[in-house]
Design a protein around this ligand. Sequence first.
Ligand SMILES: *Cc1c(COP(=O)(O)O)cnc(C)c1O
Length: 230
Amino acid sequence: MTMIEINLQTVRDRIVAACKAAGRHPAEVTLLAVSKTFGAEAVQEAYAAGQTAFGENYIQEAVQKITQLRDLPLQWHCIGPIQSNKTRLVAEHFDWVQTVDRLKIAQRLSEQRPPTMAPLQVCIQVNVDGGATKSGVDPEAAPALARQIAALPGLRLRGLMSIPDPAPDFVASCALFAKARALFDTLNAEGLALDTLSMGMSADLDAAIHSGSTMVRVGTAIFGGRPRPV
Ligand SMILES: *Cc1c(COP(=O)(O)O)cnc(C)c1O
C-alpha cells in the first residue's frame, strides 16, 4: 500500500467513526481530497485508491492538473479565493466552485460557463467568525445572495462552505460550525433546496461532522505536509 492509500483509509475510518458518534450515515458525508501544491502523480495515486473528488486553491496550478488528468473521471472543486480576472478559467475547467462570496463573481461565472458543460455547482462561502479580513459573506447577507445566485443560468447553487478559524477544542469548533449549520437550515426553510454544507478539514473534521457537515475538505491527512505554506 502507498502512503496516500493508507492515509485515505485512515481518513475514511475517521469519517465513519464521526458519523457513528453523531448518529449519522457515512454516505451523508463526501470526502474532498485537497491536492493543492501536490502534483498530478499524487492525484493519480489517490484516484487509484478510490478517490474521485479533488479540491484546489490556486487556479493556474489546478488548470494544469485538470488538463493533465482529463482522461480520468475526476471531479474538481475550486476552494481558493477567486479574483475577477480568474473567473473564466474557473468556469471553463472546474465542476464545482465553493468560494463564491459576492454577486459579481457569480455573474461572471454564469456568463462564462460554456453551454456545452454541465452547470457549475456552487457553494457560497460564509464567514461565521466575523473576522473583517476574512473572505466569505456575512451570514446576514447570505440569504439575499443565495436567492440571486440561484436565479443565474449556468450555475446550480448547492450549498454553503465555511472555513472557521482553528478553535481550541471540539466544543469550540462545534460552536462555530453550528453557525454555518443554522444558516444552512434557514436557507432550506426558505425553499432553496441546498444539499451541501462543506466544512471540516484535517484537524476538525470530527467536529464538523458532528455539526452537520456533508463534505469535509482534507489535505494534510491524505497527502502529508505541504511543500510550501498557504
Ligand atoms: C488547504 C485547505 C483545506 C485542507 O486543509 P488541511 O488542513 O490540509 O486538511 C481545506 N479547505 C480549504 C479551503 C483549504 O484551503
